[in-house]
Design a protein. Structure first.
Length: 276
């Protein structure tokens, strides 16, 4: 079974999975992770673990050394400077843009320096004049990329209503829009504000948990079904999908039992009609 490790480039950031090779890394270790623009410093979130994994994983390039850490620190300072300059020029041009994040590549095979600025806006923005001013001020190739609310949440990170890091940041943003049927199948209130995430869109977990609800419906007796449990016969009055259980009314008492232990009573077949 292959070994897998997880790293993140930012605190509360999305997890990226690597092949640790022969390395033995622990939580918090700084390592070099391959990217499309060369190696970058990342922090180990969990160390090498045997896991089932389909396909090949990029190989961890080893522990980050002092020169790597110095370059990473310099690039982080440069990204902060780029974000500050971009916000100042956006305000000067009075454009409805909000800077969400910045990527900075200090060297590549095609150019010396490139700054990628991610922004949100309520609609299409004509930023041609802004682009010229940014290139002049930063002395770098500039790439302005408009992103949606889910991608912004992935960059900024946040805690969801469940108390965990938002799925957009740890797993990756889903495509919009999510079907409203996902909320109905989980019997959520018919009010979008009740199942909106921090990004203002439907929570990603609706999609990730959909398979769980589908599987439960196929196995569990429906509400209103007469069943036999370890405590007697009763009627299913509710489901608890996260607990994989059903609520059964036994006379004046309600009990919760695993869905697998609630056996539907056989429904007698109607007697055949007599003719003549």
């Amino acid at each position: 079974m292959p070994r897998v490790m997880a790293v993140a480039f930012e605190p509360l950031g999305r997890l990226y999975y690597l092949d640790p090779g022969d390395g033995d890394y622990a939580h918090g270790d700084l390592v070099l992770a391959p990217t499309g623009d060369g190696s970058e410093v990342a922090r180990c979130v969990w160390g090498p673990t045997e896991a089932e994994w389909a396909g090949d994983l990029p190989r961890c390039l080893g522990p980050a050394e002092t020169p790597d850490l110095q370059r990473d620190a310099a690039n982080r300072r440069r990204r902060a400077e780029i974000a500050a300059v971009a916000r100042r020029l956006i305000a000067r041009h009075e454009l409805p843009m909000r800077v969400v994040g910045v990527d900075f590549v200090d060297q590549s095979d095609e150019f010396d320096r490139q700054a990628v600025i991610y922004f949100e806006a309520p609609g299409r923005v004509d930023f041609r004049t802004l682009l010229t001013d940014l290139a002049r001020a930063l002395q770098a190739r500039i790439d302005l990329r408009q992103i949606g609310p889910r991608a912004a949440a992935a960059i900024l990170g946040a805690l969801g209503s469940c108390g965990r890091e938002v799925c957009c940041a740890t797993i990756g943003p889903l495509r919009d829009p999510l079907p409203l049927g996902l909320a109905r199948e989980q019997r959520l209130p018919n009010n979008p504000s009740q199942f909106q995430g921090t990004c203002g869109r439907s929570m990603c977990c609706l999609a990730y948990e959909s398979e769980l609800y589908t599987d439960f419906r196929q196995r569990a007796p429906r509400v209103g079904t007469q069943v036999v449990t370890g405590k007697g016969e009763g009627v299913v009055v509710a489901h608890s999908v996260p607990l994989d259980s059903v609520v059964v009314q036994l006379g004046e008492e309600r009990v919760t039992c695993p869905a697998s232990e609630a056996c539907p009573l056989a429904t007698p077949r109607p007697a055949p009609a007599r003719h003549g």
